[in-house]
Design a protein around this ligand. Sequence first.
Ligand code: ATP
Length: 285
Amino acid sequence: MTSSSTHANGVAQQRPNRDVIISVRDLVVGFGDKTIMKGLNLDVYRGEVLGFVGGSGQGKSVLTRAILGLVPTRGGAIRVFGQDRDALAPLERRALEQRWGVLFQNGALFSGLTVKQNIQMPMREMRDLSQRLMDELAMLKLELVGLSSDAADKFPSELSGGMVKRAALARALALDPELVFLDEPTSGLDPISAAEFDELIGTLQQTLGLTVFMVTHDLDSLYSICDRVAALAEGRVIAAGPLETLLASDHPWLKAYFHGVRGGRLTAARVEQKDEQWKPAPTTP
Ligand SMILES: Nc1ncnc2c1ncn2[C@@H]1O[C@H](COP(=O)(O)OP(=O)(O)OP(=O)(O)O)[C@@H](O)[C@H]1O
């Protein structure tokens, strides 16, 4: 089931159909005597960019890592592509993990490897490819994320912050995933680089048909590329839906986030911008 909608940035696009790609039910996660997720529920639909927001330390990264199977859960169920990874045999789990790519916070590139070697790391682990083919694929991935071939033989320390993010995105795309997890992809970037990175994610999502789960603090990203937003507070998803729905919420955290001192300025500016777009074109006499 698909229908057309308008992206937050005004670009017409397909609304995500209702195929659930990630389903989280009654999830409980904790460390020691601290419970972080207290019965969390969330659905992520095929072909959408879901922005996941929440205060610092609320558990956004923990949820991402729980979905990826990197932290143990204490209760509930997580299904990705309809499969419960804990119930899978090792080979099936490996096949499932090849269907997603991850951009960890700050890129998490291996500092001792060049960009090309970083991109080839998942290929080496998961595929049996010749070096020549891996070299060609690495160059394609670099081009896809807007990096020149000169970047291939550089080490992460020789790259700018924006280039690190792009190289990390290229690595996340190494195995042609259907689903991509992005943990604060624009953090640490200046506003221009952040906007360019948002645009890149939006373009890739549309051209490659990706489903994107994006943890972010960046209000601009929510406005420009997210189809839906989910908000985390007190161990649960307190709201999920189009940004307009969250903007209208009375929940104290959402009100503070979107209409507080910093968020309020951006929200007002964006609403004004949208009003401008909605004005009818002037008629010629
Ligand atoms: N391996 C761990 N062991 C113990 N506590 C942990 C572990 N990983 C995360 N936590 C705790 O879980 C809580 C949530 O952390 P998480 O990194 O998910 O927050 P976040 O919402 O992503 O924050 P931020 O926006 O600041 O990145 C924090 O209190 C953190 O200290």
